[in-house]
Design a protein around this ligand. Structure first.
Ligand SMILES: NC(=O)c1ccc[n+]([C@@H]2O[C@H](COP(=O)([O-])OP(=O)(O)OC[C@H]3O[C@@H](n4cnc5c(N)ncnc54)[C@H](O)[C@@H]3O)[C@@H](O)[C@H]2O)c1
Ligand SMILES: [Zn+2]
Length: 674
């Protein structure tokens, strides 16, 4: 999509019309049919584009523009209900800068009055308005277009967390608002059942929740295990609370389920830190959140700020980088892994996803491709959560043209030409050649990966060149490489060669747990590796362990134990370990790490910009080895900011907060000349 404003007015008019048409179409699919065709991030991009054009040409804003209206239209089949207080949407913030701008707007709206923010999780479900009369649930409605929603009372009654009668004295009429959602386990179960029944899978828990609440048969809703968190009130007569926080506590006392993770802050900087911290923590929640909601705490302040036609000025939604995106499968290629298994991979038209550009997604195996019916040329929705490689979750069948091509696993290995066989009883296909060069290469790629030895600068391309040039025949050979050898590789300058050698040297201290994982012992994942390392503390003790010593440990089952014993009995393992030890690679692990007594214990560092010789992760490893902590964003709790070339907003912030800024040399000095 273009980013510049079109040069002529006619072009702008045309683009705006097209955007409105697309946004209406997709809103209908999303809000009314509960069957989106594109990922939310793509919808948001189209929407932001329209906002930008409307800002440039305010006279071209039409009353029916999606930027002027809330949500969708109520669906057929339900009674319509008018909301006594409109149910608005929320403006979005996609970055710290957006939150700072929100803070500035709020402060000027309140003439600089002292201010507090309440930050809540943004549950990814759908808004429900609950009307209580004399303490009894009278009606429940969806948001609809904000003015009128659908009457879904009978269905909402099946949600156990919705109190039908309230605990104590309440005003004669009271409206409570909350988010109905489907917990992740219930969603996975539902999709599993649909898969068995040959029905279309639901795109995400939000759409599943919306679809479940809008069933004409309440028995279906009841079977779907929905839940609700409430977060505010609509009409609120005769209430004495003065802040949003008090409202939440009051609702809790009345017997409503309020999400426990809300917090009050005095500054926007603390709000930003808090929001960023949830980007990782959220994967541990049993339900989906798509961001956090920041609200002005004082209700008087909220009233003073008021609302636009679409959203309140006293609140904003901070959205995480998108985890889903829509793109096209341009090709399907096969990669041979370190165990010889062939993994089909989709080559995608590059697309932004969860903060990075993605051009590949795993397709796991042939059965997976069949099940999802993925073809070359298909438009697909892809998904990425946490650190996991993106996955294709579904095909947008309505975009099929008939030109798409089916894919089958090749019968001979694309790397060595040997025969490929399907492993009996599994869905995997495998190259039968145990000396297949792909296996060595992939083994090294695994060895240096982030959760293993974590060697920066050793990506796929460099490893491939090293293997192809015959410079390494096993992982231990990495440690005898010299900068002179490395610099001869294609696209390798003297500086990056030296950086690579530094990073390899740093990895010698990675410790037993990372090493064990990096060795790629069958069934030994990062977690089992950590358990083994913590328990044995030394690779020699682990090598002598019998299967029953291993299975005695929590989390180590017979399959892992058998595999570990078999691995250490191999002569080539013996050889490899001898070489690693000779190279000075650490083969032990402190049984428990404590930072007490270390020189940097209790100090928090933030790294920004490019340092002259150390990569970020090497610098972090050095700091941590001296007991320091490395954080991702600058706050008042930061002790030092280490800044290199092209340091950005973190450096500005450090200067604002008066935090000590170090260059690499000063850091090295602090580390004791390390
Ligand atoms: N993929 C598509 O085709 C498509 C189409 C239309 C809309 N969408 C997506 O829908 C979203 C826009 O929907 P929207 O207008 O409902 O806005 P929104 O969902 O971004 O924000 C408003 C809603 O947040 C919810 N919410 C959750 N927790 C809350 C809390 N603690 N306090 C207050 N509200 C809370 C409420 O339901 C409220 O109505 C966007 O993410 C957009 O990408 C996608
Ligand atoms: Zn092969």
């Amino acid at each position: 999509m273009q980013t510049a404003i079109p040069s002529t007015r006619e072009e702008t008019v045309r683009e705006m019309e097209e955007l409105r048409r697309l946004l209406h179409y997709h809103s209908h699919r999303y809000y009314v049919l509960d069957a989106p065709e594109i990922a939310d991030a793509e919808f948001d991009r189209l929407y932001q584009r329209l906002v930008k054009l409307e800002q440039a040409y305010p006279d071209l804003i039409t009353a029916d523009s999606p930027t002027q209206r809330v949500g969708g239209t109520p669906a057929e089949g339900f009674e319509r209900v008018a909301h006594s207080v409109p149910m608005l949407s929320l403006a979005n913030a996609f970055s710290a800068e957006d939150l700072l701008a929100f803070d500035t707007r709020v402060k000027s709206g309140l003439d600089g009055e002292p201010l507090e923010y309440v930050v809540e999780l943004k549950i990814d479900g759908l808004a429900i308005n609950l009307v209580y009369e004399a303490g009894r649930l009278l009606r429940a409605a969806t948001r609809g277009d904000g003015t009128e929603g659908e009457d879904v009372t009978t269905n909402v009654r099946t949600i156990k967390a919705v109190p039908l009668v309230l605990n104590c004295q309440v005003p004669p009429v009271m409206e409570v608002r909350g988010e109905a959602y489907m917990p992740r386990p219930a969603f996975d179960r539902l999709n599993e059942e649909r898969l068995q029944a040959g029905e279309a899978l639901l795109a995400n828990p939000r759409n599943a929740a919306a679809g479940s609440l809008r069933q004409l048969d309440p028995k279906v809703t009841a079977a779907r295990t929905l839940d609700i968190f409430v977060y505010g009130m609509g009409a609120r007569e005769e209430l004495t609370v003065g802040t949003h926080e008090q409202t939440l506590r009051f609702l809790q006392e009345l017997g409503f389920k309020v999400n426990p993770h809300f917090k009050v802050f005095k500054t926007i900087e603390e709000v930003i830190d808090h929001c960023e911290s949830w980007a990782e923590k959220r994967v541990d929640l049993p339900y989906d959140i798509d961001g956090l909601v920041i609200k002005v705490n004082s209700l008087a302040g909220q009233r003073r700020l008021g609302s636009t036609a679409k959203d309140p000025r006293w609140a904003i939604a901070f959205k995480f980088p998108a985890e889903q995106a829509t793109t096209i499968v341009e090709d399907i290629v096969v990669r041979v892994g370190r165990t010889g298994v062939l993994t089909p991979t989709a080559v995608l038209r590059p697309v932004r996803l969860a903060g990075s550009t993605v051009s590949r997604a795993t397709l796991h195996n042939e059965d997976y491709i069949r099940e999802k019916d993925i073809k070359i040329g298909d438009t697909v929705i892809i998904h990425k959560a946490g650190e996991i490689i993106p996955e294709v979750i579904s095909v947008v069948f309505s975009r099929r043209t008939g030109e798409e091509q089916s894919f089958t696993i090749p019968e001979i290995c694309p790397e060595c030409g040997s025969l490929v066989l399907r492993i009996p009883g599994e869905s995997a296909h495998k190259c039968i050649n145990s000396a297949c060069p792909a296996q060595l290469r992939e083994g090294i790629i695994h060895f240096v990966s982030r959760d293993a030895m974590n060697i920066d600068g050793l990506g796929q391309a460099v490893v491939t060149s090293l293997v192809d040039a015959g410079l390494i025949a096993d992982a231990a050979d990495l440690y005898t490489l010299t900068a002179e050898q490395v610099v001869k590789l294609e696209r390798m300058g003297p500086k990056s060669a030296q950086n690579l050698i530094n990073a390899i040297a740093v990895s010698k201290q990675a410790g037993l747990s990372r090493l064990l994982f990096g060795l790629g012992i069958r069934f030994v994942g990062a977690k089992a590796a950590a358990t083994l390392a913590r328990h044995f503390g030394d690779i020699d003790l682990l090598r002598q362990a019998a299967e029953e010593d291993l299975t005695a440990l929590d989390e180590i089952g017979p399959r892992i134990a058998e595999s570990v014993v078999e691995y250490f009995a191999r002569p080539e393992t013996e050889q490899l370990l001898t070489k690693l030890a000779a190279a000075g690679v650490k083969l032990t692990e402190e049984k428990r790490r404590t930072t007490e007594g270390l020189p940097l214990s209790g100090k928090t560092f933030v790294l920004t910009g490019t340092l002259p010789t150390l990569t970020r992760s090497d610098a972090a490893a050095l700091i941590e080895s001296k007991g320091g902590k490395v954080a991702s964003s600058v706050s008042k709790k930061t002790d030092y900011v280490v800044a290199g070339e092209e340091a950005g907003s973190k450096l500005d912030k450090a200067q604002q907060l008066g935090i000590t800024v170090l260059n690499e040399q000063e850091l090295q000095h602090l580390l004791g000349g390390a």
